[in-house]
Every structure is written in structure tokens, then in C-alpha cells.
Ligand binder design. Structure first.
Ligand code: NAD
Length: 284
């Protein structure tokens, strides 16, 4: 564990919120997961419990491991118990307006010494920092999906952050057995700024009829030794999140090629968001 941090608050009960809660609890932190309703917060505990049951059946985890990890996580509606948190990582929907309101609430709900972090994929961390009374204690801690498996975490430094905030965030990431890279607060940071123009190009290639979805995925796996093709990856990330990421990169750098491809927009409009809705470019 990192010396200054004992209790970690996680906000959001989606794909990443569940993963972050597990990662922090596995690292030995007390974790409070907050969501908009008790039912969705409890859903995180159910998701984690189901994951452990599968892992135990396959001999990849033990009941003791499950009990100690699950025993460190509490699920709650709202931020009533966030006064205990030394670090909060926000991981709700990728919409700036929602995150701004959330940071103002977190600023009121937490003790003055707490660090407030965002798991945003692309949004300007500085905007969130300036919505609080402690911009020096706000940074990005950007995990990758699935958070339990992916080694990399980007620690994002907005111009307002003080050195101690970044040092504490780097130490926290290391204590979670992840590799941290420090990056400036530029849209998409390192990974998504390079990855999403490629993913968007794959959708446009499909739209031109160059090859089928399956063929493009097979080609990029076999030809570049990637673990998954672009369409499988878009489905894993979530097509709504992918559109939000592309919109921010497009607005920030002004390259017309980064505007989300029409097929992505159509799928989101139809509610086909990828794995999380069991239908995206593939069916699950
Ligand atoms: N999916 C990925 O691969 C990935 C990877 C790294 C970071 N992220 C980032 O993590 C964050 C969460 O993404 P996710 O994939 O877990 O999304 P998700 O769709 O699985 O979950 C979104 C969460 O936001 C909550 N939410 C929705 N509207 C809200 C509102 N108005 N107010 C408060 N909460 C609201 C939902 O209840 C849910 O808990 C985003 O900022 C995303 O960019 C995603």
C-alpha cells in the first residue's frame, strides 16, 4: 500500500468502476464504491463475486482470497462515507458536464487532504481540477480495460497539480502492481491519442468495403501480432465511450479524420454499445 493512502473511494459501477474496486482491494486498501443507487453499487459486489466464483472453479483463486478482497469493499449510494477516503477515483460516464458536477460534490464530501482523481479516457483533467477548491490535489489515474489484467496506468498531470499529488498517485499505482507512466493533460494522453485514430480508421475501412469486420480483425491480429482486432477492441471498450473519446480528440486536435465514423454513431444511436449490451460489431 502507499503510505499516505488507506481508504480509496471509487465512483461508478460500470466496467471500469468494478475493475478499479477489485484492483484497489487486492492491493490491500479499504474500498468504498459509490454509485447513484444502492442497487447499482451492490451490482459491483455481485459482479466481483461472480468473477471470483468462476476463478475458484477454474483453480485460479481461492475462497480465502475472495473473502479477503470482498471483505475490504463496501458499496454505498452517494458520498455519505467519503469523509474517510484519502484518494477518490471517479469512473463514471465519459461526459464532461457529469464529471464536473461530480467533482464539485466530491470536493464537498471529502476531507481537505484527499486526492481527487479521474479515470477519464480523454477529457481535460484541468477542467475538473478547477471545479474544486483543491486544484493542486486533482490528477488523472487512467487505468486500462480490464483493469485487473492490464499493467499500464497513465498518471495525468494537469498544470494545476502539485508534485506531491503526482508522487502519491505514482506510488499508489505501483502499490497496485501496475506500471505507471506520467503524461501531460493532452486529449487522449499517450495511448488513446495513438490508438483511437487507428480504431476509427478501421471502421472507415469497413465502410469503404475494403474487407469484412472479421477479416480486418483477423488481418490485424495475424499481421501485427495484436491480441485482438480493432472491432473486438471497440466492443470491449464500449462504443459510446469510443465515440466520446473520438469527439474529444477531434475537438482538441482538429483533424477531420478523427470525427467518429458514421457506423459508430449509428450503433450508439441504436443502443448497441458492445460487450456491455451484448451487441456491438459482434454479438455476445
Ligand atoms: N471502457 C474502457 O475501456 C475504459 C478504459 C479506461 C477508462 N475508461 C473511462 O472510465 C469511465 C467509465 O467508463 P466505463 O467503461 O466503466 O463505462 P460504463 O458505461 O460501463 O459505466 C458508466 C458508469 O457511469 C454511471 N453514470 C452514467 N450516467 C451517469 C450520471 N449522469 N451521473 C453519474 N453516473 C453516471 C453509470 O451508472 C455507470 O456506473 C469513463 O470516463 C471512461 O472513459 C473506460
Amino acid at each position: 500500500m502507499s503510505g499516505d493512502i488507506r481508504t480509496v473511494g471509487i465512483v461508478g459501477s460500470g466496467i471500469m468502476g468494478s475493475g478499479l474496486a477489485e484492483v484497489a482491494a487486492r492491493a490491500g486498501y479499504d474500498v468504498i464504491v459509490a454509485s447513484r443507487s444502492q442497487a447499482s453499487a451492490d451490482g459491483v459486489l455481485r459482479t466481483l463475486d461472480a468473477g471470483f466464483t468462476k476463478a475458484i472453479d477454474r483453480g485460479r483463486a481461492t475462497a480465502d482470497e475472495r473473502d479477503s478482497v470482498m471483505g475490504r469493499i463496501t458499496a454505498t449510494e452517494g458520498f455519505g462515507s467519503f469523509g474517510e477516503c484519502d484518494l477518490v477515483i471517479e469512473s463514471v460516464i465519459e461526459q464532461l458536464g457529469v464529471k464536473l458536477q461530480l467533482f464539485a460534490e466530491l470536493d464537498r464530501a471529502t476531507k481537505p487532504s484527499a486526492i481527487l482523481a479521474t479515470n477519464t479516457s480523454t477529457l481535460p483533467v484541468i477542467d475538473l481540477a478547477l471545479f474544486t477548491s483543491r486544484p493542486d490535489q486533482v490528477c488523472g489515474i487512467h487505468f486500462f480495460n480490464p483493469a485487473t489484467l492490464m499493467k499500464l496506468v497513465e498518471v495525468v498531470r494537469p498544470v494545476s497539480a502539485c508534485a506531491e499529488t503526482i508522487e502519491t498517485a505514482m506510488a499508489f499505482v505501483a502499490s497496485c502492481d501496475k506500471d505507471a507512466v506520467e503524461v501531460l493533460d493532452h486529449a487522449g494522453f499517450v495511448v488513446n491519442a495513438l490508438l483511437f485514430p487507428y480504431l476509427n480508421s478501421a471502421v472507415r475501412m469497413f465502410e469503404r468495403g475494403t474487407a469484412s469486420i472479421e477479416s480486418i480483425d483477423t488481418a490485424m491480429k495475424g499481421g501485427c501480432n495484436f491480441p485482438m482486432g480493432p472491432f473486438a477492441l471497440l466492443d470491449l471498450v464500449g462504443l459510446d465511450t469510443s465515440v466520446a473519446i473520438l469527439e474529444t480528440i477531434h475537438a482538441s486536435f482538429g483533424n477531420p479524420a478523427d470525427a467518429p465514423a458514421q457506423t459508430l454513431l449509428d450503433k450508439v444511436a441504436a443502443g448497441n454499445l458492445g460487450r456491455k449490451t451484448k451487441q456491438g460489431f459482434y454479438s455476445y
